[in-house]
Every structure is written in C-alpha cells, then in structure tokens.
Design a protein around this ligand. Structure first.
Ligand code: BGC
Length: 353
C-alpha cells in the first residue's frame, strides 16, 4: 500500500491557507479501522475555517485535514464488527479531556466544558482525504440502499437532534405541534423540513431566494410551503421554529413568530459579531405569558444518526430520488478551491475521492 495520500488541509486561523497536499497515510492501531473515503461533504463550518475564523490543528501537526461529513468504505476492519467494503459515516465529536459528566455518559454532543475535539474542525484530522483511521465506536454503518445519499448523514443527524431536542423541551406539557417554520433552505434546513413532514407537521421553509429554483421545488415536492424572506414579512405564527439559515436577522424574526407554548430551536453556527436591535420588552412578555421556549443545539448524538438512517429510508420511500437532488456539485479533490467557495444555487457540494 502507498505510504502517502492526498488530503485537503489547512493552516487554521490563516485565511485561505488551504492546499491539496501529500500527507502520510494513517496507520490504524490494533483497535482501529482503516476507511477509504468515498465522498466528503463541504459545510458552512468548512467555509468559515477557510475564512480563518475557526479550526485547531491536532497535537503535533502543523495542519488540519478538513472535512467532517463523509461516507467511506471499510478497507481494513481490524478486530471490529465491520467487514471489508461496509459503507460507514463518521461521528464528528469526541469526549473532552476533562471527561465531564456528559462526555463520560456518552452524550459527547452535550459536552459541558467546551474542551471536546471534532474531526476536521478542532484537534483531529478530518476526512477530506483518501483514507482515515478511527475507532469502530465512531463509525456508523450505512445501509447500501442509502449509498447515494449517505454523505448527507452528518447534516441529517443535526436535523434529527434539532427535532428530538425540541420535542424533549416540550415534554413540559401536553403538546401537539401542527405548524412548523424552518429558516434556511440549505442541507440542514431542507432535511429538517423533510423530517418534519414525515411526522405529519404542516411545514413552511423560509429562505432568501425568490421561489422558482431547486430549493423551492424540493420544498414543494415534500408537501411543504416555500417563503422568500425578500418578498415581505412573515405574519403567521408557528408551534415550532427551527432556525438553520446562518442569518441572525432570521433569529431576530423567529423570536417573534412563535405561537403560545411554542419552541424555537437555533442550529446555525455564525462566526461574526453582528448586532441587531430588538423589541425585547415585547419579546419577553410574549415568552413569559406564552410559556415559550428557546433552545440551542449543536452536533449530534449517536441516537440522531440512528434516527437519521431510519428517516432517510422513509424519505426515499416517500420521495424517491429527491434527497439526492440536495447534492448540487460533485467535485474532484483537485477542485478544492471551487469546493470551498459557495455559489448562490448550491445546496450541498461533495468532494469525491
Ligand atoms: C458540525 C457539528 C459541529 C459544529 C461545531 C458543525 O458544522 O456539523 O458537528 O459540532 O460544526 O464545530
């Protein structure tokens, strides 16, 4: 086997310091699995790392291999339960060194110290490379029927966590959500809308672009309603709002669009420090008198990956071949610079190794 492989790597915190380089092949330990990467998705967080806003190198390395959304094929299963050729997705987050209670209990996505590490983001190499080696506990087997959309596993897991956590918050009373609003028609927004639709909720998706594009067409095909925020204020109210647009203006609006007893779930990672004036006294009284809830979520639990696999199966049954349409660009590793610059019509860009 080769001693070196291609990887898209970055010197974090240095704007644009990314390249396709030859790096050493990972050598799996006895406990690890060697995975050949098939596809790696590009996410907004990668673009922010590329902008120099985030990112931490692993100990002893002066670069970070990007990528935290991939599917790969098991090359060397080692002693694990996997077989050669199994298709797997990779879990992003790993416990903090302090081993806080949540990390100890396996709820790493709820780490309470912030000292967690994340593949391709913070302290561990990611999967925009030909191979990676990892412990089997961080790999999730993807059924072959989902092969073509398996690369969407990580964003699906975030959508699942948003819904699961919103529902958990609402266990404080009797609640039957009828109407939902999702801000954002990127991968997380659309996948969240799909997951809400299979739960029978009347769903609206609000995004910037005017109707008549791929995003609005996907929204229509899942039986949801598309709203362009350019075309006027949203006047309706919702039982559940999930914000996944990355635009804080939408967060400001969302705070004012909940029905009594409603829940607003925030999922966008925003790297800036924009300030927006808000009618806070009105928002406060509406939250208090309406028993409303606000919850933020990040990353995902293994449970969300499992729920995601089940839901993606349902997406395929209900809307055959639709989920695949979310992958709008497939590029080669050599096209990494194109991959890291977002085009207005992009939903998900995927690098194929
Ligand atoms: C990833 C999460 C990660 C978060 C914060 C997101 O882009 O999807 O898994 O926890 O960034 O680093």
């Amino acid at each position: 086997m080769n001693t070196h492989m291609k990887a898209i790597a970055m010197t974090p915190k240095q704007k644009g310091a990314v390249s396709l380089r030859d790096v050493e092949m990972p050598t799996p330990s006895d406990e690890q699995v060697l995975v050949k990467v098939l596809q790696a998705g590009v996410c907004r967080t990668d673009l922010e790392i590329y902008e120099g806003l985030y990112g931490e190198v692993p100990n002893g390395s002066d670069y970070l291999i990007l990528g935290h959304e991939c599917i790969g094929s098991v090359e060397e299963p080692g002693k694990s339960q996997f077989s050669k050729g199994d298709v797997v997705a990779r879990i992003v987050r790993r416990p903090c060194t302090d081993m806080c209670l949540n990390c100890k209990m396996g709820e790493v996505d709820m780490c309470s110290t912030g000292n967690y590490v994340e593949t391709g983001i913070k302290g561990i190499h990611g999967d925009m490379a030909e191979y990676f080696a990892d412990s089997p506990e961080y790999l999730v087997k993807i059924p072959s029927s989902l092969g073509k959309i398996g690369v969407l596993m990580e964003p699906v897991s975030v959508a699942e966590k948003a819904i699961r956590q919103s529902m958990a918050v609402q266990e404080r009373f009797y609640w039957q959500p009828e109407k939902a609003l999702v801000y954002g028609a990127g991968p997380i927004g659309l996948l969240t809308a799909m997951a809400l639709r299979i739960r029978g909720i009347d769903t609206y998706v609000a995004a910037w672009s005017k109707s008549g594009n791929l995003k609005s067409s996907i929204v229509k095909q899942i039986g949801a309603h598309y709203i362009s925020v350019q075309e006027g204020e949203i006047k309706q109210k919702f039982d559940i709002i999930i914000e996944a647009s990355g635009a804080v203006e939408n967060v400001a609006n969302a705070l004012q669009l909940l029905n009594p007893n409603g829940v607003l779930c925030l999922t966008s990672i925003t790297g800036g420090n924009k300030e927006i004036a808000l009618p806070l006294e009105k928002i406060n009284i509406d939250f208090v008198l309406g028993n409303k809830a606000l919850v933020g979520i990040v990353n995902a639990n293994i449970l969300d990956y499992r729920n995601g696999i089940a839901d993606m199966g349902l997406f395929e049954e209900l809307w055959p071949w639709l989920t695949e349409k979310l992958i709008t660009r497939r590029l080669k590793p050599e096209q990494y610079l194109e991959a890291l610059v977002k085009k207005p019509e992009d939903i998900k860009t995927v690098v194929e190794f």
